[in-house]
Design a protein around this ligand. Structure first.
Ligand SMILES: Cc1cc2nc3c(=O)[nH]c(=O)nc-3n(C[C@H](O)[C@H](O)[C@H](O)COP(=O)(O)O)c2cc1C
Length: 365
C-alpha cells in the first residue's frame, strides 16, 4: 500500500520512446460505431475531446480499420484513405486544441473474421450480408467465430503482403496526422489475434502450426508499422493474455509471454494485456480479473512497460496494481464512460497531483 507521504504511482509520469505521459492513466480504446464510410464524425471530436479533458495521460481512439473490410461494423472508424486521414487530422487538431497535455493515440486494427456486423444498437443485430451493406470477411483460415457468420476467406500469401502494407500505410498516416502514439490491435479474436491462436489459425504454411509460425504475421505487421513511423513515435501492442480455453489448447499465458518477449526484441514500446474474444469461454469477471495476465507478461519481459485493463475503476484498487508492480499503467474503458472525469476522482481519493485544463482549473481546483 502507498504510505501517506508517497505520491500515488498513478500520477507518476511515464516515458514511452519520445512521448512523455503525465500520468499512468489510459483511456482504453472503445468502438463508437459513429463513422461514415470510415470517416470520423462530430462524435469523435466531442467524445475524444471530452475524455482528453479528464486529465488522463493517454487517450486511445476506438479500433480504427486499416482497410474497409477491417471494420467490425459498417459504422466503424478507418484510416485507409485520404478522406479518413483528413477527418482524423481534424479530430487530432480539436483534441490538441482543447487538452494539449493529454497524449492521443490511435488503435489500428483489422476485424478479420469478426467483421461486417451490425452496430450494437441496430434493430437488426448480427452479421450484415454483402447485399445489406456488409462484406465477406478475411481471416487466417476459412472458419468463423462461433459460427455467427459465414466462414472467412482464408488469406493467401499475396493477401498477407497487401495486409502488411495496409498496416504499415495506416501507421504512416497516423504519424502524419499527428497522433502521439499508435497501438496495434492484436487482441479479442480480430485478425491478428486470430493468427496467434491455435483455435482460429488452421494454416499449414509458415503462418500456422507452431507458436513461432502463428506469431509470424502479427510480428511482420508490427515491423511494417514500425518502419513506417518516425523514430520518436511510440508503437504499443494490445493482445489477449489468454483465450480462457486452456482446456482445448487455446492461446495461453505462456504464449503471451513469448509474444511479448518477441515484441520487446523488435522495439515495442509497451503492451496492453486484455483477454478473450477469440472463442466462447466462461470466465470470472471481477475487479482486476485480467491483471494476473499483465503481471505474468511483466515478469517475462525485460523493461517494456505493461498496461493492465479490466474493471480497474476503483482508484485505490488501480493504485494497488501499480504499487504491487503488476503493471506500469492502467487502462479504463467503461469507467470513463460512466465518469468522464475519473482522474479527478482518483486524484482526490489518492492525494495525487492533476493539472486540469485552464477552463476548468480556475473554478474547480
Ligand atoms: C463500448 C466498448 C467498445 C470497445 N471497443 C474496443 C476497441 O475498439 N478496441 C479494443 O481493443 N477494446 C475495446 N473495448 C474493450 C475496452 O478497451 C476494455 O478493454 C474493456 O472494456 C475492459 O475495460 P473496462 O472494464 O475498464 O471497461 C471496448 C469496450 C467497450 C465497453
Amino acid at each position: 500500500m502507498n504510505d501517506q507521504n508517497t505520491a500515488p504511482r498513478l500520477f507518476e509520469p511515464l516515458d514511452l520512446r519520445g512521448l512523455h505521459l503525465r500520468n499512468r492513466i489510459v483511456v482504453s480504446p472503445m468502438c463508437m460505431y459513429s463513422a461514415v464510410d470510415g470517416v470520423a464524425s462530430a462524435w469523435q471530436h466531442v467524445h475524444l475531446g471530452s475524455l482528453a479533458c479528464s486529465g488522463a495521460g493517454l487517450v486511445i481512439t476506438e479500433a480504427t480499420a486499416v482497410e474497409p473490410r477491417g471494420r467490425i461494423t459498417p459504422n466503424c472508424l478507418g484510416l485507409w484513405d485520404d478522406a479518413c486521414e483528413s477527418a482524423l487530422a481534424r479530430v487530432v487538431e480539436t483534441v490538441k486544441a482543447v487538452a494539449p497535455a493529454s497524449a492521443l493515440g490511435v488503435q489500428l486494427a483489422h476485424a478479420g473474421r469478426k467483421a461486417s456486423h451490425a452496430r450494437p444498437w441496430s434493430a437488426k443485430r448480427g452479421y450484415v450480408e454483402p447485399d445489406d451493406g456488409g462484406w465477406e470477411s478475411v481471416g487466417a483460415s476459412a472458419n468463423s467465430y462461433e459460427n455467427i457468420a459465414p466462414p472467412a476467406h482464408a488469406m493467401s500469401l499475396a493477401d498477407l503482403d497487401a495486409m502488411r502494407d495496409a498496416f504499415g500505410t495506416a501507421a504512416g498516416r497516423a504519424a502524419r496526422v499527428g497522433f502521439d502514439l499508435v497501438e496495434m490491435h492484436a487482441a479479442h479474436g480480430y485478425l491478428l489475434s486470430s493468427f496467434l491462436s491455435p483455435l482460429s489459425n488452421e494454416r499449414t504454411d509458415a503462418y500456422g502450426g507452431s507458436l513461432e509460425n502463428r506469431m509470424r504475421f502479427p510480428l511482420e505487421c508490427f515491423d511494417a508499422m514500425r518502419a513506417a513511423m518516425p523514430d520518436d513515435l511510440p508503437l504499443m501492442v494490445r493482445f489477449s493474455g489468454t483465450d480462457w480455453r486452456d482446456d482445448i489448447g487455446g492461446w495461453s499465458t505462456e504464449d503471451s509471454v513469448a509474444f511479448a518477449i518477441e515484441l520487446e526484441k523488435r522495439g515495442c514500446d509497451a503492451v496492453d494485456v486484455s483477454t478473450g474474444g477469440n472463442a466462447k469461454a466462461e470466465y470470472p469477471v471481477a475487479p482486476g480479473f485480467q491483471v494476473p495476465f499483465a503481471a505474468a507478461v511483466k515478469k517475462g519481459v525485460e523493461s517494456m512497460p505493461v498496461v493492465a485493463v479490466g474493471e480497474l475503476d476503483d482508484p485505490r484498487f488501480a493504485e494497488d496494481v501499480l504499487e504491487r508492480g503488476d503493471a506500469d499503467a492502467i487502462a479504463i474503458g467503461r469507467g470513463f464512460l460512466r465518469d468522464p472525469r475519473w482522474p479527478w476522482r482518483a486524484a482526490k481519493e489518492l492525494g495525487g497531483e492533476l493539472e486540469l485544463v485552464d477552463q476548468y482549473a480556475w473554478c474547480v481546483s
